[in-house]
Design a protein around this ligand. Structure first.
Ligand SMILES: *Cc1c(COP(=O)(O)O)cnc(C)c1O
Length: 471
């Protein structure tokens, strides 16, 4: 690149980025494209002659942007939110510019020490005991896999890492029927086998029933299985249900089982001291995962992983080839040994920017606003005779459906709600996703985008009502 061009284009990009932050609501939330539309606009072969940033930026705007789903649109209510904020984006620019690999202390002392401090800040913000150590993982999926691999090694005396998996181990893993699919993936990858993942029934509030857990483990122990790990979820993906972490943790303890708590989405609510009652017993966990990249304004990827006994984690993952040995090893954390990959992005910088820019008071205000919006919406839904709430609203997720009193047939209601969702999403005006709860087609409206306001929620609710009542 010619000297001066980086700055010239950088300023032009910043101008565009600033505009996007302020005008994202003017885009349709979902793009109007068919599968293959975008690929058809991309040449089959890479260019042999280098192209200008002008050409690239033009194609970004004409080819890529029309095919984007605008996750940061204030009316994006699908899945769970993807964090983003101005300070986080600015930090990501610096991270990319430094281009550092943060695998061991020596490869970037500031990155390692900032990560250590940020994890201490988060631990304190969430109200977790100070004997947890923290590390940033890329995703909750990876963190849960890391947890199960550690459990496997602890239970086998670190023999499976050495000898491979054989049939002498008869491990079982337990999680709620509403546990995230990353749990299913992790038991497969960790070699435990999907058939040895026992899904525990939930009650009417969609939270795991501890008696069912106890019964399942007791039966497995009688049948010669080893209860390797129990996974409790604080905020399930379908409904944000909260498993009774204390009762589950006590059972895990009693059977000498590893205890992992998946709080990927709802864990951020723990920055509000009032919310911590719901997480009573979380401190029984061996490992905990919370995603600042969901609900805490921090760009993907940034997963906070807490481990009570870091020696077990390191014993599972450490491999130190000669060229990575350094004099500092005894004094510092080498995060390469705290997870799967060697190379690591400098993720702590964006957390530092986000936490410092908003302050813990500012972040608490944003999270409690989102919870307030959800409660407001819940109240509206309850007050309408032709809508109903299908799961308790504990955080910022609202599960509901349209239920005109004239329709009583469940499968007809499912069809109506499926069509309603499709019409809402096709409008380009908003985006919601769905789940099935006890065979009922359920609309999920997840709040958590930093640009969403009370007015947005009000307008969204009016639009949903009007659309539904045209059916
Ligand atoms: C989103 C989510 C995950 C997966 O998060 P990734 O960081 O995308 O892997 C896991 N568990 C729960 C409860 C979630 O909500």
């Amino acid at each position: 690149m010619h000297p001066g061009d980086f700055k010239k284009y950088g300023l032009e990009f910043l101008e565009w980025m600033d505009g996007y932050f302020r005008s994202v609501r003017e885009y349709p939330v979902l793009p109007k494209v068919k599968p293959g539309d975008i690929k058809a606009k991309l040449p089959a072969e890479p260019p042999s002659r280098g192209e200008s940033i002008d050409e690239l930026f033009r194609d970004f705007k004409t080819v890529i942007l029309p095919g984007m789903t605008h996750w940061q649109h204030p009316d994006f209510y699908g899945y769970f939110p993807a964090g983003r904020s101005e300070p986080s984006v600015l930090a990501e620019m610096l991270t990319a510019t430094l281009g550092a690999q943060c695998m061991i202390w020596l490869t970037s002392p500031a990155a390692e020490e900032l990560e250590e401090r940020m994890m201490e800040w988060l631990r304190s913000m969430y109200g977790l005991p100070s004997d947890y150590s923290g590390v940033i993982q890329d995703t909750a999926s990876t963190a849960t896999l890391v947890s199960l691999l550690t459990a496997r090694e602890v239970k086998s005396g670190y023999a499976i890492n050495r000898n491979g998996y054989d049939r002498t181990y008869r491990f079982r893993v337990y999680a709620s029927e509403h546990a995230h699919s990353s749990v299913d993936k992790a038991v497969r990858i960790a070699g435990i086998g999907h058939q040895h993942l026992v899904k525990i029934k939930s009650g009417p509030d969609h939270a795991m029933l501890p008696d069912e857990l106890e019964r399942a483990i007791a039966k497995d122990v009688r049948d010669g299985y080893t209860p390797l790990a129990v996974i409790g979820t604080f905020g399930t993906t379908a409904t944000a249900a909260v498993d009774p972490l204390d009762a589950i943790g006590a059972i895990a303890r009693r059977y000498n089982s590893w205890y992992h708590v998946d709080a990927a989405y709802a864990g951020t609510a723990l920055i509000l001291p009032d919310m911590r009652r719901m997480a009573a017993g979380i401190d029984l966990a061996d490992t905990i995962v919370i995603n600042p990249h969901k609900w805490m304004l921090t760009n993907f990827d940034c997963t906070a992983y807490f481990v009570r006994d870091k020696e077990r984690l390191i014993k599972t993952f450490a491999i130190t080839p000669e060229y990575l040995k350094t004099d500092a090893d005894a004094l510092v954390n080498n995060y390469r040994d705290w997870g799967i990959q060697l190379g690591r992005r400098f993720r702590a910088l964006k957390l530092w920017f986000v936490i410092r820019h908003y302050g813990t008071d500012g972040l608490r205000q944003i999270i409690s606003d989102h919870i307030e919006y959800a409660r407001w919406l819940e109240k509206q839904i309850v007050s309408e005779p032709d809508f109903e709430i299908l799961a308790p609203v504990l955080f910022s997720l609202v599960c509901f459906r349209y239920h005109p009193p004239r329709v009583q047939d469940e499968s007809a209601l499912n069809t109506i709600n499926e069509n309603l969702l499709s019409q809402l999403n096709q409008s380009g005006r908003m985006f919601l996703t769905h789940t099935k709860l006890k065979e009922r087609y359920t609309l999920r409206l997840a709040i958590g985008n930093s640009s969403t306001t009370q007015d947005d929620i009000r307008a969204t609710w009016n639009f949903i009502k009007e659309t539904a009542r045209c059916f």
